[in-house]
Ligand binder design. Structure first.
Ligand code: PRT
Length: 87
């Protein structure tokens, strides 16, 4: 189990080192357009799960959306602080 901040730290490290076989390194290499499409896709899956699926499936889809949002943030070079200052 990991927190939002812990995942972001892990993905930041992947962005820095770009290890072979990393899903994050591949998603970052695909560019912001592809990263944005993934955010939209996962957001749609969250919506569908919220209306029609179990709590467990919804939680899984939300986790994937959080992951995709973090990848997009890294793709654009945003930090957690850049976002948190607006909360
Ligand atoms: N939380 C995630 C995570 N959520 C989703 N995904 C990726 O999203 C894919 C599933 O997304 P989709 O449903 O859109 O399916 P898809 O794109 O058709 O799937 P593929 O055909 O690409 O497998 C998974 O196969 C992963 O590639 C994730 N990839 C990585 N993480 C975490 O990120 C960290 C770093 O991972 P690596 O970069 O792989 O080292 C680790 O803690 C991982 O657990």
């Amino acid at each position: 189990m990991k927190t939002f901040d812990e995942l972001f730290a892990e993905l930041s490290e992947r962005a820095r080192t770009r290890p072979e076989g990393s899903a994050t390194a591949a998603a970052l290499a695909a560019g912001v357009h592809a990263q944005g499409k993934k955010v939209l896709e996962e957001a749609g899956e969250v919506w569908i799960a919220a209306e029609h699926e179990s709590d467990e499936r919804l939680a899984e889809e939300v986790s994937q959306l959080l992951y995709r949002v973090q990848v997009l943030m890294l793709g654009r070079g945003l930090t957690l602080e850049d976002v948190y200052k607006h909360l």
